[in-house]
Design a protein around this ligand. Structure first.
Ligand code: SF4
Length: 195
C-alpha cells in the first residue's frame, strides 16, 4: 500500500482516478489547489462539491493547499487566449503547489485528476507533472485516465454532483461559450439542410 497525493481539479474528475489508483494498491489523499477557477463563487462551489463527495461517499481526506489567485493573474493570465502557453503555466502553478504540499506531508508519489478530462492538454500536463515531481524528489504516477471520462460523467450525474461546463478560468469560459455557439450553429445548419 503506497500513499499518494492526488491533485484534484474538481469532484466529478476525481471519481474514476481515485478508483483506478485504489485498484492498483495506492491509498489516495486528495489535494486541492486550483486558484485558476473564476469567479470566486464558482471556485467555492467546486470545492464544496469535492469536499461533500470526499466526506460522504469516498471517505477520503482532502488537504486544502495554497490557492494563490494573485500568482495565477501574474503567471498565467498574461498568456490570454494563447491556450497552449496559458494552460502549461496553469498546470505548473497548480502541480508545483501540489508537489510542495506532498513533500511537506511526507508523500512519495503524486498524480493529478487533470489526466481524466479529454478537454485538458494531456501531453503538456504529463510533461509538467514528470518534470516537477523530479524536481521535488517525488515519483509521478502518470496514467491516461481519459478512457474513464464517460464513466465519470455518468456517475457524477447519478450522484447529482455539480458539473461545470468550462475548465475554470475566464478565458476558458469564453472559449467554451464560443464552442457551444458553433455547435448550435452547426446543428441548425444540418437541420436546414435535411429540411
Ligand atoms: S483553460 Fe483550464 S487549465 Fe487552461 S488556463 Fe484556463 S483554467 Fe487553467
Amino acid at each position: 500500500m503506497t500513499r499518494i497525493l492526488l491533485h484534484a481539479c474538481c469532484g466529478p474528475c476525481s471519481l474514476e482516478p481515485v478508483k483506478a489508483l485504489m485498484e492498483e494498491g495506492f491509498v489516495p489523499t486528495i489535494c486541492w489547489t486550483n486558484p485558476n477557477i473564476q469567479p470566486l463563487d464558482e471556485h467555492e462551489l467546486r470545492l464544496a462539491t469535492l469536499l461533500a463527495w470526499a466526506r460522504d461517499t469516498a471517505h477520503l481526506e482532502v488537504i486544502i493547499a495554497g490557492d494563490d489567485r494573485d500568482a495565477w493573474e501574474r503567471e498565467v493570465a498574461p498568456h490570454g487566449f494563447d491556450r497552449a502557453a496559458r494552460c502549461r503555466a496553469c498546470y505548473v502553478l497548480r502541480l508545483e503547489e501540489a508537489c510542495r504540499c506532498a513533500v511537506e506531508r511526507g508523500f512519495t508519489h503524486i498524480s493529478t485528476t487533470l489526466a481524466v478530462s479529454p478537454y485538458q492538454l494531456f501531453e503538456t500536463c504529463t510533461e509538467e507533472l514528470v518534470r516537477l515531481a523530479g524536481e521535488y524528489g517525488l515519483t509521478p504516477v502518470v496514467r491516461d485516465f481519459r478512457p474513464l471520462y464517460p464513466e465519470a460523467t455518468r456517475e457524477s450525474r447519478e450522484l447529482g454532483m455539480y458539473r461545470q461546463n468550462y475548465c475554470g478560468c475566464r478565458f476558458s469560459a469564453a472559449e467554451a461559450s464560443v464552442e457551444r455557439q458553433h455547435a448550435r450553429d452547426a446543428r441548425k445548419a444540418a437541420k436546414a439542410h435535411v429540411g
